[in-house]
Design a protein around this ligand. Structure first.
Ligand code: T1G
Length: 666
């Protein structure tokens, strides 16, 4: 017995067609049929003079049902639903609450009028799935809001709020009270009028320079993706062709994208990110409630973490033992919040609320009342154990104690306390208020509700969480170490830092390994006292080449801080190679790429084999959200499967590597 996805009632001449497909009213085949049948029924019923389309639950339609993708399409198609609604001879009013996204907004735009509840969001985020609207969205939207606004909404994929939607003409009314009642009254007011059909309007053309300027402005964001140029072409068609032809053109472009590898990869990413937050054995485990958080360490990480927490509405006490460091950290927090006000991301009132929830202290005992402490101090075990020992004495029973450690043994940190069950790793990525990834490190004794608390916190601060077992470097940094080893070995063997960076950037990373190294600083963990010149990094540091901040590292930096090849750095590397007795040779770009990708994929397989990572897709989520892996390729493990595991193993053997059993069995 299939569950009813729609209900129907008539309120004094106005039919209310309520769809109900939890959790987000994805537009499944059943929903599409219910919509077509409902509109036909209303059209045929003389007792009905107008129709309201609404959704039950927490949101309006959140888009096409992504689980139907990659399978044979089931009629009625969404285009047929959109056309049937707009062709209805009686006024159809969309009653929107929560999210009207993708096909959901396309259904709303097919309706003759739109009423939205306060707090509602309307968007066409298909571009984030390497796709584009496929049910007249690129034809309706420019007719409603103009080409320039349509370009932003469709090609950037970010939703607009209810008030903005009303201001730009996307909706007719923001409901002051009950949404459905308001929509019914609005519909009643339209009875007897010829329904206003958006497709009868003209999408006003704009100069070609508008398209060019838009594409140029967002070139970095669009790089590598096929969808943005396709979206721009489809929006342009709305201004050049009659609706039916424009819709046909849109459909052709859409189907090509939908069948393409990039959409399949991005759907993998969509579900992988949601899967990563699901940990077997946590069903029904209640997270502890977190309102007040103590952050220990006011450096780059600590202040970034404080900003992420404050921005999500948590109270934060930032502790630092050094007065000047605390001042610098607090200033960084306040400046960032103020910057968000200037950029319009944050209202003044909201910023004042956030800043009133922010305090600082030089006394670790001031954290006693916090529900959670996040330590982001120096990356040495001695420092962390001392802090956790004191937190153990200071924090109230039941508080969660977390470390932001990037590499160190969480169990050893927990051993410094009498409550290892309350200890968990929260590994943020710098800048912590920007990067989406949060590695949640599960210690041997971490309690299930503490793990559930970490996952709930991640969702609350809009991070993508991946659970890692407790092993050196966890998931991302352990694989990064392999890539770094290969990259540095290649420049010793004869590749240039420029070649290695170019190859990885051509593959789709925003920045190659050596530019990243220079940016982070080559002297992380290095000291002149202990340096032995046994690696090229030590040799570069000894020559004062500490990275971009020193104006020179693997590269030299020009007056605009742009990296340029450095004869001195390359001479240091050549001398290092000679001292190591390594002959120099030319490496092909293919060899460089194979060595940058496959050894770290093999390490990912080992992480799976050791149970440090739960799923191959979790590893993809780590690299997509923490290290800039090009999303349209799905992540390292997904990409390896696309190339073929047997082929990856063959290439590793050609490189002289012995692929792990874990990789072979993937
Ligand atoms: N299809 C199928 N399942 C979906 C879904 C969708 N569109 N959206 C969400 N889910 C599932 C999700 O997997 C999770 O399942 C549960 O719902 C809660 O989601 C033709 C072609 C709406 C903002 O891209 O952005 O329309 O893990 O954890 O944080 O032109 O979901 O519980 O089993 O994300 O409150 C365009 C995608 C599709 C919107 C809610 N639409 N969804 O966020 O919950 S393409 C989108 C979201 C399209 C047309 C084109 C978010 C959300 P489970 P959640 P949330």
């Amino acid at each position: 017995m299939t569950r009813q996805v729609s209900s129907w009632r008539v309120d004094d001449g106005v039919a209310i067609l309520m769809l109900d497909n939890p959790p987000v009213n994805a537009i499944s085949a059943a929903v599409r049929s219910a919509l077509v049948d409902g509109v036909a029924r209303a059209g045929a019923d003389d007792a009905v003079a107008a129709i309201v389309v609404a959704c039950a639950g927490r949101t309006f339609f959140a888009g096409a049902d992504l689980r139907e993708f990659g399978k044979p399409s089931i009629p009625p198609f969404l285009t047929e639903v959109v056309d049937a609604i707009e062709a209805c001879p009686k006024p159809v009013v969309a009653a929107i609450h929560g999210n009207a996204l993708g096909g959901g907004l396309e259904i709303a735009m097919a309706c003759h009028y739109r009423v939205v509840a306060a707090g509602g969001r309307l968007g066409l985020p298909e571009v984030k799935l390497a796709l584009m609207p496929g049910a007249r969205g690129t034809q309706h939207l420019p007719r409603l809001v103009g080409v320039e606004k349509a370009l932003e909404i469709i090609a950037l994929g970010d939703p607009v709020g209810a008030e903005e939607a009303a201001a730009i003409g996307l909706v007719d009314l923001v409901a002051p009270g009950d949404l459905v009642e308001t929509a019914v009254a609005f519909a009643r007011g339209k009875i007897g009028e010829t329904p206003r059909r958006t497709r009868d309007r003209v999408a006003a053309p704009v100069p070609e320079t508008v398209y060019e300027a838009f594409a140029l402005k967002h070139a970095r964001k669009f790089r590598g993706f096929d969808a943005p140029p396709a979206i721009i072409a489809s929006i342009r068609a709305a201004t050049e062709l009659p609706f039916a032809e424009g819709a046909k053109r849109e459909r052709e472009i859409f189907l090509k994208l939908r069948e393409g590898p990039q959409n399949e990869a991005m759907r993998h990413v969509f579900f992988a990110e949601r899967e990563a937050a699901k940990v077997p054995g946590l069903d029904g485990v209640e997270p502890r409630s977190i309102a007040q958080v103590g952050v220990i360490g006011a450096g780059t990480m600590g202040s970034g973490i404080a900003i992420a927490l404050l921005s999500a509405g948590l109270n934060v006490v930032l502790y630092e033992r050094d007065t000047a460091a605390l001042e610098r950290g607090a200033t960084r927090v306040r400046a960032t919040i103020e910057g968000n006000v200037r950029s319009g991301r944050l209202s003044r009132d909201r910023a004042d609320e956030v800043l009133s929830a922010f305090t600082t202290t030089l006394d670790l005992d001031a954290l006693a009342g916090a529900d959670l402490a996040i330590e982001a101090a120096f990356e040495t075990m001695a420092v962390k154990q001392a802090i956790f020992a004191q937190l153990d004495k200071t924090m109230r029973p039941g508080a969660v104690l977390a470390s932001n450690t990037s590499y160190l043994d969480l169990d050893e940190i927990a051993a410094a306390t009498s409550r290892p069950a309350d200890v968990v790793g929260l590994h943020f990525f710098s800048p912590a208020n920007i990067m989406k990834l949060l590695e949640v490190v599960r210690g041997a004794q971490t309690a299930p509700d503490v793990l559930a608390t970490a996952l709930a916190l991640a969702k609350r601060i809009h991070k993508v969480a991946v659970v890692s077992g407790n092993a050196w470097g966890f998931i991302g940094n352990r694989m990064l170490a392999i890539r770094r080893r290969e990259a540095e070995a290649m420049v010793v063997e004869g590749a240039s830092p420029e070649q290695v960076d170019r190859v990885l950037e051509d593959f789709g990373f925003p920045m190659g390994p050596f530019r990243v190294a220079d940016l982070a600083g080559l002297d992380l963990g290095w000291s002149a006292e202990t340096s032995t010149g046994s690696t090229i990094r030590e040799c570069l540091n000894e020559a004062g080449r500490r990275g971009q901040k020193a104006g020179k590292g693997f590269f030299d930096y020009d007056e605009n801080r742009r990296p340029v090849s450095s004869p001195e750095a390359e001479a240091i590397i050549a001398r290092f190679a000679a001292d190591q007795g390594i002959g120099r040779r030319t490496l092909s770009d293919q060899e460089v790429l194979d060595r940058l990708l496959w050894p770290m994929v093999d390490e990912g397989a080992r992480l799976l084999g050791e149970g440090i990572a739960m799923r191959a897709s979790d590893i993809d989520v780590v690299w997509l959200n923490g290290y800039g892996w090009p999303a349209w390729t799905g992540g390292p493990m997904y990409h390896a499967r696309q190339v073929g595991i047997a082929e990856v193993c063959r290439r590793l053997e050609v490189l002289g590597h012995n692929p792990s059993d874990a990789l072979r069995s993937l």
